[in-house]
Design a protein around this ligand. Structure first.
Ligand SMILES: Cc1cc2nc3c(=O)[nH]c(=O)nc-3n(C[C@H](O)[C@H](O)[C@H](O)COP(=O)(O)OP(=O)(O)OC[C@H]3O[C@@H](n4cnc5c(N)ncnc54)[C@H](O)[C@@H]3O)c2cc1C
Length: 397
C-alpha cells in the first residue's frame, strides 16, 4: 500500500489532498493507497477575512470550518501537531507519540507570525494577521479620533504582499467617511525603494498614495519601537512618531521543517520552481542545477522559498502540480504534461478603497498588468470571500 501524507490542512494541503485522492480514487477504494492530512487544529481558517475583521465587516466565526467537511471522504484526517519529520526512515511523529509512515510527503505547513521578534510590538503595535489581533485593531480604530497613523512592515517576506497597502487605502476611506481625515496624518512605510515589490503594481498603486494624501517612506525597514517616545525607527535610521501603529509582523516558515534539516533558520523550504519538489539544503551559492531534489517530498503554499506572493492563490495554482506528480509516482507513470510543471501563476484581488479594487494576475514570465481599479474587482473580492468554502479547497475552480 502506498501512503501519501500531507502535513497542514490550510489552502494548499486541503486542495492538494483532495486532488491527489481523486487521481488515486481506484487505488484508495481497493486499499492500494491511502491519502492522509495531518493538521494541528482540525479547523480550516480563511485568513484573507482577517483584514475585513479589522475593517469591521467580518466576524471570526465566519472564517472557520471543520477541516473534515472540506476533505473528500477518501481522504483521512488526523488532528494533531507534527513534531518531527524523519526523512531517513520516511515517517513523521506527532506530539501524542503517534507515528505515520509515508511514501510521498507533501509539506503545506504554511507560515508563522512572530511579532515577538520586535520588542514592544505586543503593547505598541497592531496588526491584522490573526482574528484576535484584527479585532483588537478594529477596537483601536473605533477609539481613534485623529493623530498620526503609521502603517509599516516589520519583516519580509510576509503573507499577502498587497495587504498593508490595502489596509492603508481602506482606513483612509473610513477616516474620510467618519470626518476624521483632516485631523489625521497617514504614513506608509515600505521596506524597499517603491511602494510594492513588483514594478508594474507599484506604478499602479503609487498615484493612489498621492491622491489620498498618504505619505510614503521608502527604504523603511522596521527596526525598533520606542514606547516612551511613541516612535518607530527603521534600520536605515529614520524615525516616525505615531499615535496608532500598524505593523505587518515578521514571518517564518514552520520550525518543524528547520528542525528536520529541510529548511534554513527562516523556515522557508528550498523548492524547485517548476516541479515543487523540495531541494536539499546546500551552502549558499551552489548552482541550482547541482542541487539534488527529494524525489518524494513536495512543498506548496507559504512554506516554500519561491520568489512569489505568499498567497492562498499561489497554493491554489501549485496544488494541481503537486497532485499530478504525487499521483504519477504512486501509479508508477510519468506526470501528464498539462500539470507536470508549475508556471508561477498567482491571481489576487487588490482593494483600493472607496469601493474599488483591481486584480493582480501573473506568472514567472508575465508580470501583472493591473486593470484600472473599479467597483467590479472590489465586488469580485467580496464574492470570492463568500464562495471560497464551496470552491478553492474542494477543487471546484
Ligand atoms: C490578512 C491576510 C490577508 C490575506 N489576503 C489574501 C488574499 O487576498 N489572497 C490570497 O491569495 N491570500 C491571502 N492571504 C494569504 C493566505 O491566507 C495564505 O497565503 C494561505 O493561507 C497559505 O496557505 P497554506 O496552505 O500554505 O498555509 P495555511 O493556510 O496557513 O495552512 C497551514 C496549515 O498547517 C497547519 N500546521 C502548521 N504546522 C503544523 C504542524 N507542526 N503540525 C500540524 N499542522 C500544522 C496549520 O494549522 C494550518 O492549518 C492573506 C493572509 C492574511 C493573514
Amino acid at each position: 500500500m502506498k501512503r501519501v501524507l500531507v502535513l497542514g490542512g490550510g489552502v494548499g494541503g486541503t486542495l492538494a489532498a483532495n486532488l491527489i485522492a481523486r487521481k488515486l480514487r481506484r487505488q484508495v477504494a481497493r486499499g492500494g493507497a491511502v491519502v492522509t492530512v495531518v493538521d494541528q487544529t482540525g479547523n480550516h481558517t480563511y485568513q484573507p477575512g482577517f483584514m475585513y475583521i479589522a475593517m469591521g465587516n467580518e466576524r471570526a466565526e465566519s472564517l472557520e470550518r471543520p477541516e473534515r467537511r472540506l476533505l473528500d471522504k477518501e481522504v483521512e484526517l488526523v488532528v494533531g501537531q507534527v513534531t518531527r519529520i524523519d526523512i531517513a526512515r520516511r515517517l513523521v511523529e506527532l506530539a501524542d507519540g503517534m507515528r505515520l509512515a509515508y511514501d510521498q510527503l507533501v509539506l503545506a505547513t504554511g507560515s508563522r507570525i512572530l511579532p515577538e521578534l520586535v520588542e514592544h510590538f505586543d503593547t505598541e503595535a497592531h496588526h491584522f494577521y490573526s482574528a484576535e489581533a484584527a479585532l483588537k485593531l478594529r477596537r483601536a480604530l473605533d477609539a481613534f479620533t485623529g493623530g498620526r497613523l503609521v502603517i509599516g512592515i516589520a519583516g519580509m517576506p510576509y503573507k499577502c504582499p498587497p495587504a498593508p497597502l490595502e489596509v492603508a487605502f481602506l482606513i483612509e476611506s473610513e477616516l474620510r467617511q467618519r470626518g476624521l481625515r483632516d485631523r489625521t496624518e497617514i504614513h506608509f512605510c515600505s521596506p524597499i525603494g517603491r511602494v510594492f515589490t513588483i514594478e508594474s503594481v507599484s506604478e499602479m498603486a503609487a498615484p493612489y498614495f498621492d491622491q489620498k494624501g498618504i505619505e510614503v517612506h521608502t527604504f523603511f525597514n522596521v527596526e525598533a519601537i520606542d514606547p516612551e517616545r511613541k516612535v518607530v525607527t527603521s534600520l536605515e535610521g529614520e524615525e516616525l512618531a505615531y499615535d496608532l501603529l500598524i505593523l505587518v509582523p515578521p514571518h517564518k516558515g514552520a520550525q518543524l521543517v528547520t528542525d528536520a534539516g529541510l529548511a534554513p533558520a527562516s523556515g522557508w523550504l528550498p523548492t524547485d520552481r517548476h516541479t515543487l519538489q523540495v531541494k536539499h539544503l546546500m551552502p549558499p551559492g551552489t548552482p541550482d542545477a547541482e542541487v539534488p531534489r527529494f524525489p518524494d517530498i513536495y512543498a506548496l503554499g507559504d512554506a516554500t522559498d519561491l520568489p512569489l506572493s505568499k498567497a492562498g492563490s499561489t497554493a491554489h495554482f501549485e496544488a494541481p502540480v503537486v497532485a499530478e506528480r504525487v499521483a504519477a509516482a504512486v501509479l508508477g507513470r510519468e506526470p501528464h504534461a498539462r500539470d507536470a510543471s508549475y508556471t508561477g501563476k498567482v491571481m489576487c484581488f487588490f482593494e483600493i478603497g472607496d469601493g474599488k479594487g483591481t486584480l493582480l494576475q501573473f506568472d514567472y514570465d508575465h508580470p501583472p498588468k493591473p486593470p484600472r481599479p473599479n467597483q467590479l474587482w472590489h465586488l469580485g473580492k467580496i464574492v470570492f470571500n463568500k464562495t471560497y468554502w464551496m470552491t478553492v479547497p474542494r477543487g471546484r475552480v
